[in-house]
Design a protein around this ligand. Sequence first.
Ligand code: SF4
Ligand code: MG
Length: 336
Amino acid sequence: QPLLSIKDMSITFSSPDEADIEAVRQVDLVLTPGKTLALVGESGCGKSVTARAVLRLLDKNARIPKGEILYDAEGGRVDIARLHPDSTAMRAIRGNQISMIFQEPMSSLSPVHTIGDQIDEIIILHQRLSPKKARERTISLLDQVGIPGARDRSNAYPFELSGGLRQRAMIAMALACTPKLLIADEPTTALDVTTQAQILDLLRQLQADFGMAMLFITHDLGVVAEIADDIAVMYLGDVVEQGDVFEVFRAPKHPYTQALMNSVPRLQRKAERTRLTPIKGTVPSPKDRPVGCAFTSRCPHAFAPCPGQRPERTPVSPGHVARCHLLTHVREEALA
Ligand code: SF4
Ligand code: MG
């Protein structure tokens, strides 16, 4: 039973003197309790924008002209795409039922308050506990995320903690409201390899304990292998391939996914930092997106229909789909 289903969602950005830019195009994603979906791709592909749409934290010039974000809220099913970002309904969801952690903890932690005070505040706001009870809960959360000496550390300011401990504090803060969905936007990218592995273990453990769904944004396929159940690969606003992570890793069908996989030499090695090495060519600007497949300019297999025709979502095996003409056309001749 899905917790959140994104259906056929597009996101456009408008600017006063240029044509609208389609940053995300007809994306379908499903998030399930207890499961992790990894959203993967190079920077600027639309991963973060997609995640921010779920929380309605998009920039003022962004719109969701098409599609649905169906969420099983506590009071019944709602379409987040149709909620006003500042509405009571959206506020009840954001930071309460759905919370988010970022690459840089300082973007969500206040530098001038102790971490204990910041977490207390969320607990008091959402659970209406007394300050004393809230602090007990804060300490137990800090303990749960593996912060040693949680009682003393609750009185520390963020700058007094190491990067790894700060990240743990931010996770504790995100969990303070016991979210049903945790969105993690590159939460381990800024950390060293050992700390990264510890944080991934922690997130897995917390997911097992709390049963929350997780949307995990990363450009690191090693991290995907560690944490994800399902994967969706994005390229220039399109989800070009998605499915069970094991299935997609075993038999990637989209040339872009294949290129990503080829750029990672030892995917299986646990906790190894495996950044995507750049693929030949550059991602076109979303301003001059090709009419057909967005990957045409970099694809070694591009053929006649690719530049002019957008490939359809095509099933590969149950739950595994890709958008590529190779799945539907006979490739007679390569493009020159
Ligand atoms: Fe390559 Fe064509 Fe498939 Fe796009 S549709 S990935 S250009 S073969
Ligand atoms: Mg990003």
